[in-house]
Design a protein around this ligand. Structure first.
Ligand code: TYM
Length: 330
């Protein structure tokens, strides 16, 4: 079976609707056809300062959310990145193959570092995408389900795979980004020109927040001064975002929704979407609590996932170390 790898950072108390619709929903369905490796990427998380206890808690909380969304630990390897030492090890080798300028062109790095003083920007934040490439290449992944914002990191990963293969002989599968068509970028409800992210809490639907709060945020979503409910990203980004979310959560097409809401007001759309979201998150939150109530079981699942992951990652790393000319330790 072809392979999938993807990862998510444990840097918030909850995943948000952008994470789910842009990536995690695909993680779940791809289990049908792929051999999947899914990681909570704690090494990536510490590229910016984290509170240690909070990081530990959020790592378990992330795993619990992934299980509740339908990641099946019997079919897929669900693991914590720091449990698999090969990630950091391969990352070093790939860093030595990455140009300084090449890494400097990553727009996520440019955006994130522009917001901080130079001495507060860690070298880890700079090499972040190379570690991401290592995550992917260790598992010989064919496909990587991610949102639009990860496209450039996937392009770097492909370049590094090809560079290594042509210098040392075929070692890595060159992966494809798997980016959903209609939900590749979910926008902030308060600022429909920006992607939904943890930085503007008012416009973000968090899967773990009180569903009443989510419904309220949807009711106060920024729209436009027209009255027509029509999908038009250019002129009606707010309404289009709400329609995209509605469509993705219910399986109804955008066209169907436009017809259903013909002649009705924005308030109706917002109220109904609020109900759809409440219906989705209520059972989800219950399941997350179930997993968190049994931390020993959760840790066992993660231990098993790391073992599965290491079987594959260790073999790739052995091959890489051999190819670059390291002496095999005996
Ligand atoms: P992270 O943790 O920021 O986000 C996890 C996933 O959610 C997607 N996403 C979105 N999709 C649509 N609309 C949005 N508003 C939105 N916000 C976030 C992201 O594209 C991502 O797929 N660098 C990665 C983590 C990572 C990784 C990897 C991913 C580390 N190693 C290997 C794939 C393969 C990140 O920061 O994702």
């Amino acid at each position: 079976r072809p392979r999938v790898l993807s990862g998510i950072q444990p840097t918030a108390d909850s995943f948000h609707l952008g994470n789910y619709l842009g990536a995690l929903r695909e993680w779940v369905t791809m289990q049908e056809q792929y051999e999947c490796f899914y990681s909570v990427v704690d090494l990536h998380a510490i590229t910016v300062e984290q509170d240690p206890e909070q990081l530990r808690e959020r790592t378990r909380l992330s795993a619990a959310q992934l299980l509740a969304l339908g990641i099946d630990p019997d079919r897929s390897a669900l693991f914590v990145q720091s449990h698999v030492p090969e990630h950091a090890q391969l990352s070093w080798v790939l860093e030595c193959l990455t140009g300084f300028g090449e890494a400097g062109r990553m727009t996520q790095f440019k955006d994130k570092s522009a917001r901080q003083e130079a001495d507060h920007v860690s070298v880890g934040l700079f090499t972040y995408p190379v570690l991401q490439a290592a995550d992917i290449l260790l598992y010989q992944a064919d496909a990587v389900p991610v949102g639009e914002d990860q496209r450039q990191h996937l392009e770097l990963t492909r370049n590094l795979a090809q560079r290594f293969n042509s210098r040392y002989g075929k070692s890595f599968t060159v992966p494809e980004a798997h980016i959903p068509k209609d939900t590749a970028k979910i926008y902030d409800l308060q600022d429909p020109g920006a992607k939904m992210s943890k930085s503007v809490p008012s416009g973000v639907i968090e899967l773990m927040e009180d569903p009443k709060r989510s419904a309220k945020k949807i009711r106060s979503a920024v729209t436009d001064t027209e009255r027509e409910i029509r999908y038009d990203v250019e002129n009606k980004p707010g309404i289009s975002n709400l329609l995209a979310i509605y469509s993705a959560l219910t399986g109804k097409s955008i066209a169907e929704l436009e017809t259903a809401f013909e002649g009705r007001g924005y308030g109706d759309l917002k109220k109904e979407l609020g109900e759809v979201v409440v219906e989705f998150v209520t059972p989800f939150q219950q399941q997350v609590r179930g997993y968190l109530d049994d931390p020993a079981q959760l840790d066992k699942i993660l231990h098993r996932g790391a073992e599965k992951a290491r079987e594959v990652s260790a073999a790739t790393l052995r091959d890489v170390f051999d190819k670059v000319g390291f002496v095999v330790p005996r």
